[in-house]
Design a protein around this ligand. Structure first.
Ligand code: DAK
Length: 259
């Protein structure tokens, strides 16, 4: 299906797909069409065996400046309850493959929430993050009150969400929201390189490791540990575990096949 606001490049690096938000004049404001295109693209890449890791990015000026305020402005509460965007956010969270957000420029509101649905955030050093919804008379409605709080702790989340102030890439990295800050001109290359490194790992192990880490935010510790034990044991049924350990013993590079 042709897409207006999302561009997909398969094999941007071996086994890596690049997904670019492409509504530059509006600073990639996330309207319903863009979000639906993004959801469809991500689901297709999740099914594609030639893809092992995905990078989502915007452009130098903006990852995304939030949900589209102009589209939302006149909606009623009931319309917001059934807003066709709502299901998209849950679908994005279900992507099983590793997803890296490559962030430059503004990463605000729904844009910050989108970055937080990804597994890893790589940020350009001048990137600006924020949940400024409070200034519009609303609150972060696509996961921000929960995911930002998990990432940076309650006191900082309250400070950021109740004032709406922007915060820097350096702050985001210090607080654990961002894993790496890189020079502005290399943020995408660095994110692609990171995704390429992950894509070289055995895919089933990557998938179950992602599931296990995410469980730390959903399950009580005992249940999370049980899931981890089961996933760790399950990997001993894969060809890649046999190959990985054999290659170590034989002092050669492993050749992972994803089985
Ligand atoms: N929506 C629509 N248009 C936007 C936009 C946005 N979020 N952000 C920027 N634009 C548009 C501007 O209107 C402008 O368009 P024209 O006037 O040229 O037609 C163009 O992009 C360039 O922006 P500026 O001229 O404002 O550029 P500046 O460099 O002066 O300022 C800025 C950049 C990022 C500081 C500023 O544009 C800004 O403050 N933008 C809004 C940031 C913001 O408040 N974001 C949060 C949006 S609310 C939910 C799910 C999600 C959400 C809620 C509910 N449910 C499922 C229930 C999420 C809500 C949000 O994200």
């Amino acid at each position: 299906m042709p897409m207006d606001f999302v561009k997909v490049t398969k094999a941007a690096k071996p086994y890596v797909a690049l997904v670019e938000l492409n509504r530059p004049k509006e600073l990639n404001a996330l309207n319903s069409q863009l979000l639906h295109e993004l959801r469809n693209a991500m689901q297709e890449l999740d099914r594609d065996e030639a893809v092992r890791a995905i990078v989502i990015t915007g452009n130098a000026r903006a990852f995304a400046a939030g949900a589209d305020i102009k589209e939302m402005a006149d909606k009623t509460a009931v319309e917001m309850m059934t807003y066709k965007q709502s299901g998209v956010w849950g679908d994005l969270k279900k992507i099983a493959k590793p997803v890296v957000a490559a962030v430059s420029g503004f990463c605000l509101g729904g844009g910050c929430e989108l970055a937080m649905t990804c597994d890893i955030i790589v940020a350009a050093e001048s990137a600006q993050f924020g949940q400024p919804e409070i200034k519009l008379g609303i609150l972060p409605g696509a996961g921000g009150t929960q995911r930002l709080t998990h990432a940076v702790g309650k006191a900082r989340a309250m400070d950021l969400i109740l004032t709406g102030r922007f915060f820097s890439a350096a702050e985001a990295e210090r607080w654990g929201l961002v894993s790496r800050i890189v020079p502005d001109d290399t943020y995408l290359a660095e994110a692609l390189h990171l995704a390429e490194t992950i894509a070289q790992m055995p895919p089933v192990a990557v998938r179950l490791a992602k599931e296990s880490v995410n469980a730390a935010f959903e399950l009580p510790l005992t249940e999370g540990l049980q899931l981890e034990t089961k996933n760790a044991a399950l990997l001993f049924s894969t060809e890649d575990q046999k190959e990985g350990m054999k290659a170590f013993v034989e002092k050669r590079k492993a050749n992972f096949v994803g089985k």
